[in-house]
Design a protein around this ligand. Structure first.
Ligand code: ADP
Length: 191
């Protein structure tokens, strides 16, 4: 099963994706993590990526799609994409990459939380790109570029909305239900 975790910065995608993947023996592909690892290599590419990330801007689509293509090589059971796709170009690119492998995005988990709670979580995390100014900008970028993917996946029948408020374990259970409880891994649920 190929799953996308969608939602605004700080909604808990990374936390929930890690736990879900550990419990279900899925591979966790976090583009935020891949990018932070690429920064450690430094060099010209690292500098370029750093500029986008520290400003809270999106790293260019072609670079992201290349990164995902190399990450797809040997996944096992299932894969959770966390923080990817973030634009419609990335979503179409992912569909194409998966189609070549005779795979598809089977499910999309949309995590939903109050804006105030999400901002609180991001600022508490204290990463170098987690200043109030950058966070505000990341939300604008999310609304403009990533939120349209909600409709993209809803039209394809793969979207599952999950309440992201409450205890980590409660949210985990909701995600588990959204992914494991409604029959076939392809196609729409009956209800
Ligand atoms: P958050 O959960 O707060 O959104 P991430 O670790 O997912 O944090 O992403 C941090 C930054 O990495 C983003 O603000 C963006 O600059 C960059 N980034 C991550 N994923 C992508 C992507 N799919 N496309 C473009 N940029 C990305």
């Amino acid at each position: 099963m190929r799953v996308v975790f969608l939602g605004p910065p700080g909604v808990g995608k990374g936390t929930q994706a890690s736990i879900f993947c550990r419990n279900n023996d899925f591979r966790h592909i976090s583009t935020g993590e891949l990018l932070r690892n690429a920064l450690e290599l430094d060099g010209e590419m690292g500098q370029k990526i750093r500029k986008f990330m520290e400003a809270g801007d999106l790293v260019p689509d072609d670079l992201m799609l290349g990164m995902i293509e190399s990450a797809l090589v040997d996944e096992q059971n299932g894969v959770v994409f966390d923080g990817f796709p973030r634009t419609e170009v990335q979503a179409r690119g992912l569909d194409d990459l998966l189609e070549k492998r005779n795979e598809r995005v089977d499910r999309v988990v949309l995590l939903i939380a109050d804006e105030a709670e999400v901002i609180r979580r991001v600022l508490a995390r204290g990463r170098s790109d987690d200043t109030l100014e950058t966070v505000r900008h990341r939300f604008e970028v999310y609304d403009a570029s990533t939120a349209p993917l909600i409709e993209y996946y809803r039209e394809r029948g793969t979207l599952r909305e999950v309440d992201g408020m409450g205890a980590i374990s409660e949210i985990q259970e909701r995600i588990h239900n959204a992914l494991m409880d409604d029959g076939s891994a392809n196609g729409r649920s009956a209800g």
